[in-house]
Each structure stands twice: as C-alpha cells, then as structure tokens.
Design a protein around this ligand. Structure first.
Ligand SMILES: Cc1ncc(COP(=O)(O)O)c(C=O)c1O
Length: 438
C-alpha cells in the first residue's frame, strides 16, 4: 500500500518500525474543509493534546487553525511554529505557576480558568507583573447531553466551575482588575459522532453564555463552545460530516453573532482534525499459535498506541487495520483472511493491538498498519513501559516524506537516569549466602 505514491515499505526501510506516518495533505483537507463548512464567525482552535507534533500542528496552522494548549511544552511548540499569541488559549485544570507566568509573559489571548483559586492566582501574578490578562471561565454545565463517548460535564468534575456557582458569583469583572474576566468555555465531551448532539451542545452553551453575562454583568468577549467532534473507529460507526455539523450549528452561531458581533467565537478540535490522518506502522517479528489462536508478535504495541486497547469499552474493539506490505518473496500469495491477534513486545497480556482481526496470513517481516491513529497515539500512551521509548514520526506532504520526530534511542532515555552508588559501608551490611550447614 502507498501513501501519496510512496510505498509504506519504503518508509519502513528509511525510518524503521514501529513508526507513525501522518498524511499532511489529509490534515490540510480536514482543517480547510471544516473551516469552509462552519460559519465564518467561528475560529477553530486545534487541541494539541490530540497530537502535539510540531509539524502536524504547523500543517493545521497553515490551514487556518489556531492553538489550544495545556502545558508549557505545548505552548512553546505553537510559539516555535509561529503562532501569534492572540491565537492561543491555555486550558487545563491544574496549571502550574510556571505555566501561568508563561501565559502572562507570552500574552496569550486567553487563559481558560478552571477554579476560583486559579482566578485568584492569575490576579496576583498579573498584578505583580503589572499586566492585564484576558480570562475565560470554564463552566461545568448542569446538564450533560448524551451522545459523546466520554462525558466531561454535568456531574461532579475537576474541570471548570459549576454552572450554579458561576451564576451566583456576582460581578467578577468588578472583583478582578488584572484578570479580565470576559467569557465562557464549555467542553461537553469527546468522540461525538452525531451532528445533532453538537447542535444541542452549542445551543446550550450559547444560551448559557447569555445567562452568565446577565447574571454576573461579565462582558462576553469570548465564547468557546468546546467541540468534541469524533471520528469513526469501530464497526457500526460512521464519520461525522463537517457539513452536517455546520447545518446544525451555523444558524445558532449566526443568531448569536448578530446579537454579539464583538464576541470571539471559538471551537476546539483535536481528534477530528488529526485522527484519520495517522497510521501506526508495525512490523511483524514472529508468528505462532497458542491454544488454537494465531498470534503475530510485532515490534510496536500499546506503549505507543494505548487507545488501541479499546477506548471506553470493556470489550476489546479493533481499530481498522490492514496489511501494508508483504515480504517481497511472498508478495503474490496473500491467502485467505483469518482471525489474528496482533500483539506488541510488552510483557503484559494487555499489549494487544488487534484481537481476532481479519487479516491475510501474516508472516515475519510483514507491515501492519493501524489506521485512524493520528490522534491520542504516542502522547496518550505509556511510552516508557519496558523503557522502549517513543517511535519516530513521519509526515508525508506533497508526495515527500519528512521525519518530524526522531525515534527515542537508548541514550536519550538513559540520559535522564542518575546512578546512585550506595556507600561501601552499606554494601558491607548486606548479608551474603554462606551455604547450608548440613
Ligand atoms: C477541554 C478540552 N478541549 C479539547 C479537547 C480535545 O477534544 P477532541 O480531541 O475530542 O476534539 C479535550 C479532550 O479531552 C478537552 O478536554
């Protein structure tokens, strides 16, 4: 199989496996398609948590995406890629003082505040520096709208401030002088595959924004409607269509925009923008049978792709997977599809990338591709398990392959370890085996 005319086998030879391969043209098509479909008043902020690779982000940035970041490194990543501070929001429930100071020094467009304590901290830090910082309140909504695969609101949560508390908070913009409170953010959940659910969420959030403004007197500089747009992974699921989403939310946005022309409207999106564009490429090392089941043991596993274990479900469901290339000498005979367990190199039965997946008879040297793996791959996986480290990442754009992350080498990982030698006296106190008396 090929990507933009390049054989996966060629990529594996050049960069080794396991390997993440991203389709830059698809990234561009996805962001431009979404932006074209949505009302012009709404800006799409890419959530780097989905895939923090700087070149993946840069591709989306060039397609018009802004940046939603949640750590110092994500902030530095988007700045390195050339993002204007006015196009950055910083979000996350437990920001460190270092991160908050970096936001103030950068002058990010908004810090999305998740607690009143955090708001106090920003006020203090901004006052100390004599700067003013735009702040948006993340609200934990009273209602949870069903339809997302992982609900983030509507119950007791560490995220945001409860809707009722915000509505009762009084005039926050009068209380805080350096933290300029002016807007709300709500993130209802992730993996939404039903455009109507996105519509219902958006309606609730826009209405809530007006209720908050009325109850607190807060100016509505910003309304961030979250997002959570999904991609289909499993059998029976269908992709969410950007045009269907637009059909649901554009009339709502239009009405809100007419009433509040100066309010900046934001949608956050991670998975939808990158999910389809990534393939995790693994090489089969050994094949064997165990108690009637076939196993292909590969060089990559769940330490790079934890999501493949099965997202939010007790039953293992497989990501879509294909045989990308066959050993040259066997190229003509793919044989019948058979159920295969494809596992990785980790010493845990959970290291199961595919369970009973229908694939042609696998052989050592074959390349298997786990598709739709561009979101929540390495960055959401225990890459240090068994000290394997993270794989290389390649971006293919305009028919050319570019290494956009080097593979972790043993030296990279060992560099962080510090050998502590116990003193000689401690050594001597360890009893040694003297042999049995009989
Ligand atoms: C607050 C917030 N914004 C954005 C995202 C990105 O979500 P998605 O990748 O579903 O678009 C998340 C994911 O958990 C999130 O928690």
């Amino acid at each position: 199989m090929k990507i933009q005319g390049i054989e996966f086998e060629e990529l594996a030879e050049q960069f080794g496996t396991p390997l993440y391969v991203y389709d830059g043209d698809l990234l561009t098509d996805t962001i431009t398609g979404l932006r074209r479909a949505l009302h012009p008043a709404i800006e799409v902020f890419y959530s780097l948590k989905a895939n923090p690779n700087i070149s993946v982000f840069n591709t989306l940035r060039l397609g018009g995406a802004r940046a939603e970041v949640s750590s110092l490194v994500e902030l530095r990543t988007v700045l390195m890629a050339g993002t204007a501070p006015s196009d950055i929001v910083f979000l996350g429930p437990g920001k460190s003082e270092r991160e908050l100071v970096a936001c103030l020094e950068t002058g990010v467009y908004a810090i999305v505040v998740e607690s009143f304590d955090e708001l106090d901290d920003i006020e203090r830090l901004a006052q100390e520096r004599g700067v003013r910082q735009h702040v948006v309140l993340r609200i934990n909504p009273t209602c949870a709208i069903s339809g997302s695969r992982l609900t983030m609101g509507g119950k007791p949560r560490q995220f945001g401030i409860d809707e009722a508390q915000v509505l009762a908070a009084g005039d926050l913009s009068a209380k805080y002088r350096y933290a300029e409170v002016g807007g709300i953010q709500v993130y209802m959940g992730t993996r939404i595959l039903d455009a109507e659910v996105v519509g219902k969420n958006t309606r609730y959030i826009l209405d809530l924004a007006e209720r908050v403004a009325e109850a607190t007197g807060m100016p509505l500089d910003t309304v961030d409607i979250g997002g959570g747009l999904g991609v289909a992974y499993f059998e029976g699921e269908d992709d969410l269509d950007a045009v269907d989403v637009a059909t649901e939310i554009n009339p709502l946005l239009d009405k809100f925009h007419s009433a509040h022309p100066d309010t900046r409207l934001i949608m956050e999106s991670g998975r939808f923008l990158t999910g389809r564009a990534g393939v995790y490429v693994i090489g089969v090392r050994y094949v064997k049978e165990s108690m009637g089941e076939r196993f292909a043991i590969a060089d990559g596993g769940t330490h790079h792709h934890m999501a493949a274990v099965g997202i939010g479900s007790f039953v293992k469901r497989n990501f879509p997977a294909v045989l990308l290339s066959r050993r040259a000498e066997e190229a003509t005979d793919l044989g019948e599809s058979q159920p295969w367990n494809v596992t990785g190199p980790l010493c845990t039965p959970n290291d199961s990338i595919l369970k009973n997946a229908q694939l042609p008879a696998l052989l050592p040297g074959d390349l298997v591709g786990i598709q739709r793996s561009g979101a929540y791959g390495p960055s959401a996986s225990p890459g240090l398990f068994l000290s394997h480290g993270f794989p290389a990442e390649v971006l293919v754009s305009g028919g050319q392959a570019h290494l956009v992350r080097s593979r972790d080498e043993p030296e990279d990982l060992l560099r962080h370890q510090h050998l502590h030698q116990p003193s000689t006296s401690t050594n001597q106190s360890i009893p040694t085996y003297q042999g049995s008396e009989s």
